[in-house]
Write a protein that binds this ligand. Structure first.
Ligand SMILES: O=C/C=C/C(C(=O)O)=C(/O)C(=O)O
Ligand SMILES: [Fe+2]
Length: 291
């Protein structure tokens, strides 16, 4: 069993680094920490960076979690013993990621996952956000997998991960600390579902909504409120199909709470947005009535 301590970063390939970098700053509001000819790093909290774009094929490259210093060799042995192929990060790869050490492997959705130790943090320097989106931290990652049940067994079987909630068998929201979920797996082929940032208030959600609308950014969903985590959310599309999310007010589940995962019924109109609860049994549309 491997103990995850935090989320570390996500690495995303891009065919248009400049556009991604401009969107991440001007629209998402992140701090650009460093940009070279083929990579750009973005900061949202004390981590030196949590998002890295890398020139190449536009797809998710890897998602990373932190383990305690000294835990990586045992983690590598454990995964190898389970028949999972493990790559040991080289010195150059570690330098590129700004970590002391990392290993990588593939999950059941064929997503590359990295376990890192010694991620560089800037504990005292405030984040120089490119705009006041209200971001407080890198919140969670949504990954895709063709079989969510199999993915859940993988994550809960090998890591200190527990299920917080199920959305049919279409999604599983999982935690490894009191936050309702830092990892969500969605039913799809493979790849990155979305990148979440927590924001400070519900006002930030609404201000960001108007800001995104003003800029003609495609809103995927929201503003709404997830019944699972009770977070108020706003999802939007960036270049090359990257989905971003702001959310506020994620539920915390204390370790001794005896939490039992709930199963949300995907046939209900409010299954992922409790503000749609009023649609249940709403009948024919008033606007479409025949006089
Ligand atoms: O599709 C459901 C999403 C639920 C939540 C939540 O409860 O906050 C997410 O943010 C997520 O899974 O990403
Ligand atoms: Fe989310």
């Amino acid at each position: 069993m491997i103990t995850l301590t935090d989320l570390a970063y996500v690495r995303i390939g891009t065919q248009d680094l400049d556009t991604q970098a401009e969107f991440a700053q001007r629209i998402v509001g992140l701090e650009l920490v460093e940009k070279t000819a083929d990579t750009a790093y973005f900061r949202a909290d004390n981590r030196r960076h949590c998002v890295q774009f890398v020139t190449g094929e536009p797809r998710s490259l890897s998602s990373a979690f932190t383990v305690a210093d000294g835990d990586l060799p045992a983690a590598a042995d454990y995964l190898t013993g389970q028949g999972i192929e493990v790559h040991q990060g080289t010195a150059d790869e570690c330098a590129e990621r700004h970590v002391k050490e990392f290993i990588s492997f593939r999950d059941t959705g064929n997503n590359v996952v990295e376990l890192v130790s010694g991620q560089t943090h800037y504990e005292s320097r405030p984040v120089r956000f490119a705009r006041p989106a209200g971001i407080t931290e890198f919140g969670h990652l949504g990954l895709e997998a063709p079989d969510v049940v199999e993915a859940q067994k993988f994550w809960c079987g090998h890591f200190n991960i527990q299920v917080s909630d199920w959305i049919g068998t279409k999604a599983c929201l999982m935690r490894f600390d009191p936050v309702h979920h830092k990892l969500a797996v969605f039913d799809d082929n493979t790849g990155l579902g979305h990148v979440n940032f927590q924001v400070e208030s519900i006002d930030d959600i609404m201000r960001n909504y108007h800001f995104l609308q003003y800029h003609g950014v495609e809103i995927v969903m929201g503003p709404g409120r997830h019944p699972q985590s009770t977070a108020v959310f706003l999802y939007f599309h960036g270049p090359e199909d990257v989905t971003w999310e702001y959310s506020f007010g994620v539920r915390r589940i204390p370790e001794d709470s005896g939490w039992v995962p709930r199963h949300f019924d995907v046939s209900q109109p409010d299954f992922i947005d409790m503000w749609k609860g009023g649609l249940a049994g709403a009948g024919p549309k008033w606007s479409e009535r025949t006089l």
